[in-house]
Each structure stands twice: as C-alpha cells, then as structure tokens.
Design a protein around this ligand. Structure first.
Ligand code: PLP
Length: 391
C-alpha cells in the first residue's frame, strides 16, 4: 500500500495537483502571518471579519469560565448544554424556521441529514457542482443519486419526472463555493411542489451575507415552504465553527432520533455556542459590515481589467478568476504570493478539469487599498506569469 500511496503522490506532483498547508501564526484576518511571513489574504470565508472580533472572543472567554470547555458527553446523554439550546432557538428565529439543530461542522450536518432522511427506496438529486459533503451524504444514504448539470432546471425536471422513488430530495449549494453564483432555488422549489420533492439548501456561503440582516439565501430570494430544509455553516461568515439545520419541527425531531453524525458524537464545546450567540448579534446588526463587503466586491469588479484571465460572473464574496490550466493557476498564485498576496489556486478535483482558478474571497475586513493592491498585482501578473503547459 505504501508504494501505491507514494506513486499517487508523485503523480499529483507532476500534474500540478499537490496541495500544501500553510502554517498560520496570527488570527484569521485580512492581514495574516503565514509560514512566518506577513501577507494580505483573499483566502478566508470570514466574510464579515468576525473570526477575531473582540465581542466574540469575550463571549467565549466568559462562557468558558462559567461552563467549562468540554461538552463531555453526546447530546442525547448529558452533552446538550443550555448554550447549545439558546443558540438553536436563536438560529431558528433568525432564519424564520420553526426549529433548528446544531451540528459540529457543516460536513457532519450534510452527511447526517441526507443519510437520515433518505434511504434505499429514495432518490437524491444534486447539482454537479455541489460541495463534496452533499455527495457524501447521498452516498451514505444508499438512495439512488442523480447529478444534474450546474443550475440546469430543465435537466432536473426530466430526472424528477422519470423518478419512481418513494421520497425525493433536491440538494444544492445556495451559493456555490468555488463559483460564487446563486442556485435557481425558486425554480427548484416549484419543482418540489410539482413532483412531491423536498429541497435541501446548503447556505454555507449565504448565511450572514445575503438577505435582510444576513438571514441567508432563502430570505434573500423570499422563499418559504415546509418543503424547505436549510443548512447554514457557522465557521464562515459567522466566524466561529459548526453548523445548523433549520426546518419543520417534525424534521428536526426526526433528525435528533436518527442523524448518526448528531447522535454518535460529542457536541462542540458550550463556549463556542456562546461566541456564536454574540456572532448572531453582530450579524443581525451588521448592515455596515455587509455594505463594506459589497463595496469591496463592486470595487474589484470595476477595477480589474484583465485580458488573459476572466472573472466569472458572481454577485457574492466569492469571485473566481478562471485560469484554466493547473500549472498556470498555481504559477499565478505563486506570483501573487511573492508579492505578499495570498489567493488560493483551486484545481481539480475540487473544480472541473480545465477550469483551474484563483478563488478570490472578499471580506468586510478588506479596505479599498487592499483590493486596489490585489488589482494592480494581477495586472502586472498578466505579463509576468508563464503560460501553462497544455495537458
Ligand atoms: C464549507 C462548506 C461546507 C462544510 O462546512 P464546515 O462547517 O466547514 O464543515 C459545506 N457546504 C459548503 C457549500 C461549504 O462551502
């Protein structure tokens, strides 16, 4: 096995697909210290700049002093702390759903919910560009799994029409994590009504950012239905860690009884929920942060004038700069790094072959100077970065 692993690693290296971790020595922020050097970063999903917010840090410290740091037992034994409960109620109210359930991560929420709700006689319908953990959930559920082309409502309808499954679940990212575009959720919901299906919306990148007071993509699109189940992550715009699922009370009650990644695990420490209650307050009263974020998005789109690489259309904090070739995307990322700017090169299998890209993510913590610096270094890179080798 070890020989096989080494051969696989060597192959990744020659294909320009090797990934590296950087050692972070500062809080997550727009200016970070990584591998001992200072950088301007466009890497994080901390869209509102809350990951190092003093109010959240204080809430966590205060709660740790009072409630300790360990949950100590699973939720169904004695691990369900008052802070967890308060946060669930606050999240449900915030997104306008009857009930909510906390999970330790978004990954665990997706695999837990889909595998609990779906079984052998059921069918899951997923956008081809969905986040990997939605696919893992479908796989774990043993339901039949149908993947439709990105945002293709017509193809999805054909699949639903042909399905004889007992229960049907459409699963989609609300805001696609590597493209930044928004799924046609209103059309999906109409299909749910028509074909007796349910819609599971992964709002990892919309919660906190989109909709009135940052209530998320569903409120942004003004969608309400008992057929809707939403998942929001709490480690991105919310700045901490974890995730929640919100929906009808019946759905949440059922998940408490049946979602393995909820039942057979120790919940996140109670002080994290206290920090998230503080975060939720910052999100709700965070119109100024969101205005700053959207100003930075507009500034980047207005000032970036490249001929060699293209920004794909996105109205959100995720701005994908499509390069195409793996090596060229990596070379561009490395060029920026040499100028003190971090933007990750995203390559297959995270994105389709031939669409390697720089994933620029913007934050309310960025200033106009930060964005202008990125723009000017990208302009200089057009002439400086060698073209990729055709694969
Ligand atoms: C980040 C992400 C997840 C996973 O959330 P974690 O809390 O980081 O595990 C799920 N879905 C999407 C679309 C994501 O971007």
């Amino acid at each position: 096995m070890l020989d096989y692993l080494q051969a696989d690693l060597d192959k990744r290296q020659t294909q320009g697909l090797m990934r590296q971790r950087r050692l972070l020595d500062s809080p997550q922020a727009e200016h970070i210290t990584a591998n001992g050097q200072p950088f301007l970063s466009f890497c994080s999903n901390d869209y509102l700049g809350l990951a190092n917010d003093p109010a959240l840090v204080r809430a966590l410290q205060h709660a740790a002093a009072e409630a300790g740091v360990g949950s100590g037992a699973s939720n169904l034994i004695t691990g369900h702390h008052r802070y967890h409960d308060q946060l669930e109620q606050a999240l449900a109210a915030f997104v306008g759903k009857p009930a909510a359930l906390l999970f330790s991560t978004g990954y665990m929420a997706n695999i837990g919910v889909i595998s609990a709700l779906m079984g052998r006689d059921d069918a899951v319908f997923s956008d081809k560009l969905n986040h990997a953990c939605l696919n893992d959930g479908a796989f774990l559920s043993r339901a039949s799994h149908h993947r439709f082309p990105h945002n293709d409502v017509v193809a999805l309808e054909k699949l639903l029409q042909a399905s004889t499954a007992r229960h049907k679940l459409i699963a989609a990212d609300a805001v696609f994590s590597m493209d930044g575009d928004i799924a046609p959720l209103a059309a999906y919901l109409a299909l749910c009504e028509r074909y007796d299906a349910y819609l599971y919306v992964d709002d990892a990148h919309g919660f906190g950012v989109l909709g009135p007071q940052g209530r998320g993509s569903l409120q942004h699109l003004d969608l309400q239905s008992p057929r809707l189940i939403m998942m929001g992550t709490l480690g991105k715009a919310a700045g901490v860690a974890g995730a929640f699922v919100a929906g009808e009370r019946i759905v949440i009650d059922y998940l408490i009884q049946s979602a393995n990644s909820y039942i057979y695990t120790t919940p996140a420490p109670p002080p994290l929920s206290a920090a998230l209650l503080a975060s939720l307050h910052e999100i709700e009263y965070g119109d100024a942060r969101r205005a700053q974020l959207f100003a930075m998005i507009a500034l980047l789109k207005a000032e970036l004038k490249l001929t060699r690489w293209q920004l794909w259309p996105s109205e959100t904090a995720i701005q994908p700069l499509i390069v195409g070739d793996n090596h060229e995307a990596l070379a561009l990322s490395q060029y920026l790094q040499a100028q003190g700017i971090l933007v990750p090169a995203i390559r297959p299998p995270t994105v389709p072959v031939g669409t390697s890209r720089l994933r620029i993510s913007l934050s309310a913590a960025h200033s106009m100077d930060d964005v202008r610096k990125l723009v000017s270094v990208l302009h200089a890179a057009e002439a400086a970065v060698p073209a990729g080798i055709a694969q």
